[in-house]
Ligand binder design. Structure first.
Ligand SMILES: [Ca+2]
Length: 282
C-alpha cells in the first residue's frame, strides 16, 4: 500500500456562491498551492520522434519522445534507450510542507508481456556530489542529479498501461522529479514507455470561482490529476444536487469548468444562490 492510498483524495468540496454585491465578498480565493510550474507531463511537446520533451532533461541515457505508444495524445516518453535503463528529470515549483500527489502511466515497450520497472525519483536538485545508484539487474547506473534527500518510488510495470500513484511532502521551493526505467532481478523486459504524468496538491479543492457579469456563467477551477474524471454538482438549496456534468476530463494540476446550466443571472426568486461541489469519479 502506498501513501497515496492513505490520502484518499475523493471527498466532496463545497463553495458558496452568491450574486451581486455579496458575490464579490464571498469569493475569497484560497491560494493555489498546486505545482503550476510542472509541465508537459503528456510529452506532447515538441512532438518529434526521439526529441527532447520540453521541460525534461536527459540523464545518463534516454531516447526521448516516442510516438510508438501513448496513453493519451500522440506522444509518450521512452525513458531509456537501446534496451538499456535511463531516464529524464524536471524541476518544478513546490510549497514547503505541502503534500503532492504524483500520477504516472507506464507499460512495457511494445506492449510486451512480462515485467520491468518504473522508478520515479523525487528530491531536490543536486550539485553533482551526491550519487544514487539504480539497483539494476544488468549494468548499474548512477545519477548525480539529485541531492541526498532523494527517494525512489519503484513500480512493477506490465504489458498494458497502468496508473501508478504516490505522494510526497515538499521540503524545498523546487523539487526534482525523475522518470527512469530499470531492469531488476526477475524482470523479463528491458524498457518501458511513460505517459500522462501529473503532479497536484493533495488538498482537493475548488481554487477559484468566477462569474461572468455579462452572461452569468460561472467558471470553477479545482485541483485535479490527469487521466481522471470528475463530476461537477450544483444546488440552489444544499439539499437537492444536480450533476451538471459527470464526465469532466481532469487536467494535470488544475481543471477549469464553466457551468452553463444554472446561470445565476438574471436570478428568479429562490435561485439567487448556487452551491457547487466537485467529486472525483471512481
Ligand atoms: Ca501523451
Amino acid at each position: 500500500m502506498n501513501s497515496f492510498q492513505a490520502h484518499n483524495p475523493i471527498r466532496n468540496i463545497l463553495k458558496h456562491l452568491t450574486r451581486g454585491l455579496a458575490l464579490c465578498v464571498a469569493l475569497a480565493f484560497v491560494p493555489a498551492t498546486y505545482a503550476a510550474a510542472f509541465s508537459n507531463g503528456g510529452f506532447e511537446s515538441p512532438g518529434t520522434e526521439g526529441g527532447s520533451p520540453t521541460g525534461w532533461t536527459a540523464d545518463f541515457n534516454s531516447y526521448g519522445t516516442f510516438n510508438g505508444a501513448a496513453q493519451s495524445g500522440s506522444w509518450g516518453l521512452h525513458p531509456g534507450a537501446g534496451a538499456d535503463s535511463g531516464g529524464r528529470y524536471q524541476d518544478f515549483e513546490t510549497v514547503i510542507g505541502t503534500t503532492y500527489l504524483v500520477s504516472a502511466w507506464a507499460q512495457n515497450f511494445d506492449s510486451a508481456e512480462g515485467s520491468s520497472h518504473l522508478d520515479v525519483l523525487i528530491g531536490t536538485p543536486g550539485d553533482g556530489s551526491h550519487t544514487f545508484t539504480f539497483p539494476n539487474y544488468n549494468t548499474e547506473h548512477t545519477t548525480t542529479k539529485f541531492a541526498s534527500d532523494v527517494t525512489d518510488n519503484s513500480f512493477l510495470v506490465g504489458g498494458t498501461w497502468q496508473q501508478f500513484t504516490f505522494s510526497f511532502t515538499a521540503t524545498g521551493t523546487t523539487t526534482r522529479i525523475g522518470l527512469y526505467n530499470s531492469y531488476k532481478a526477475g524482470d523479463t523486459v528491458h524498457s518501458i514507455n511513460v505517459d500522462d504524468v501529473s503532479v497536484a496538491s493533495s488538498y482537493f479543492q475548488i481554487t477559484n470561482v468566477d462569474r461572468d457579469p455579462g452572461t452569468g456563467e460561472v467558471t470553477l477551477r479545482f485541483t485535479s490529476i490527469g487521466a481522471a474524471f470528475y463530476t461537477v454538482w450544483g444546488s440552489t438549496d444544499l439539499v437537492n444536487w444536480q450533476d451538471i456534468d459527470d464526465n469532466v476530463d481532469g487536467q494535470a494540476g488544475e481543471t477549469s469548468y464553466t457551468d452553463t446550466t444554472f446561470e445565476p443571472a438574471p436570478a428568479p426568486a429562490g435561485k439567487n444562490r448556487v452551491f457547487y461541489r466537485v467529486t472525483r469519479n471512481p
